[in-house]
Design a protein around this ligand. Structure first.
Ligand code: NAI
Ligand SMILES: NCC(=O)COP(=O)(O)O
Length: 347
């Protein structure tokens, strides 16, 4: 964090302008009680087009932008933005927002980036071929080891959900090919670093899912577990004797305890983190539990990055009905993570 100002410096990108990004950001800021608690803890800048910002404020009847927020005004395309329709024009704009934010963070001007959602298809239409924002963040920041993790604090019980995905935006049929012992080792190392650095957990308990139904049922329902996942796990246990590595847990039951802990049970024993082997194995339960609260964070980057767990929601864009709660959580977690990193690096 900046030497003079001890508050985390956050830059928020407005995401795809045809989606709900600006709406959820501006609604988050306009929530007085929330803003008093959270915006006071950070120095916040917003990258958006001033014109679109003004239009959204007027349309939602939200008054003026909070004067403590610095606006970085950018608009890079001449083509009109069509609300609810992600296309080359909207993709070019959301790409520029993130690109600019990464440059500023890499120049040391910000401690963390909070990204509103983009549409990968709109980036592709604009000629930017990335599986998602995570990969652009990793590429531009020079991170060769990075991961997509979901965080959430239950409003009912206070339990903290931490779920890392071993593979992310790839077709389901590519999962068994791309999931290797090397991938699993990299993700486990990343997770251990994150639990230690960001949560002070030196000897964590990590739950790891199997790939196949019933974790393969000794090879009858899939061979990856017996062929290489179980041997990898035993090797990892030997390398990290201080860590409790639980698994390979049948994927359908891995989420039963987290679900109880999230919704009502404050006494149940859970793991500190859950490692899911592919996107929907992790995100279906995460979104079922916490769609309005969970936050996507990129681990392994030289700065903090969080994002709401939802997407551009083109189906409701422009209607004024989007919930800002996950965006608020993304800002809260970014503040927490910046503060933690400041403590561990003694900045
Ligand atoms: N962080 C990011 O940049 C993310 C981007 N996406 C992208 O977003 C696009 C749309 O993805 P979908 O799978 O349709 O997921 P989505 O999250 O955009 O929408 C799923 C459903 O949830 C609703 N919804 C989403 N956010 C909401 C909110 N804040 N308040 C109320 N309702 C909300 C939508 O109206 C829709 O019915 C895709 O291009 C996807 O790649 C998806 C997830 C995260
Ligand atoms: N499912 C999560 C998602 O789509 C977010 O991806 P990213 O843009 O943060 O890489």
């Amino acid at each position: 964090m900046g030497a003079v100002e001890s508050k985390p410096r956050l830059i928020i990108t407005a995401g795809d302008p045809a989606g709900i990004g600006l709406e959820v950001i501006l609604k988050a800021f306009a929530d007085r009680a929330w803003a008093q608690t959270w915006l006071s803890q950070a120095q916040v800048s917003l990258i958006s087009s001033r014109t679109l910002l003004q239009q959204t404020l007027t349309q939602l009847d939200l008054g003026e932008l909070d004067p403590t927020i610095e606006l970085i005004d950018r608009f890079t395309v001449d083509a009109p933005i069509r609300v609810g329709l992600g296309d080359a024009a909207s993709g070019a704009v959301s790409f520029d927002y993130l690109n600019t934010a990464i440059d500023l963070a890499m120049a040391g001007k910000f401690d963390g980036i909070v990204t509103a959602p983009i549409a990968k298809s709109a980036w592709q239409a604009a000629g930017h071929i990335y599986p998602g924002q995570t990969e652009l963040l990793a590429e531009k920041s020079g991170a060769d080891r990075f991961g997509m993790m979901f965080l959430g604090r239950s409003p009912q019980t206070g339990w903290v959900l931490r779920a890392l995905l071993a593979t992310v935006h790839i077709p389901l049929r590519a999962v068994p090919e791309q999931l290797t012992q090397q991938v699993m080792t990299r993700k486990l190392e990343l997770l251990l670093d994150c639990l230690q650095q960001d949560f002070g957990l030196q000897t964590p308990h990590i739950a790891i899912a199997g790939l196949n139904p019933h974790s393969g049922e000794l090879g009858q329902l899939g061979c990856e577990e017996v062929d290489w996942l179980q041997p990898w796990l035993e090797d990892a246990r030997a390398r990290y004797p201080q860590v409790r590595l639980e698994g390979l847990i049948p994927p359908d039951t891995m989420w039963v305890k987290p679900g109880r802990a999230w919704f009502y049970d404050q006494t149940i024993t859970t793991a500190d983190a859950y490692l899911a082997l592919y996107h929907d194995q992790g995100l279906i339960p995460v979104k079922l539990m916490a769609f309005d609260r969970a936050v996507n964070t990129s681990i392994g980057l030289p700065f903090v990055r969080t994002s709401p767990d939802h997407g551009t929601a083109f189906d409701i864009a422009g209607q004024g009905i989007a919930s800002p709660q996950s965006m608020q959580s993304a800002i809260e977690w970014a503040i927490y993570l910046c503060q933690q990193r400041c403590k561990t690096t003694k900045c």
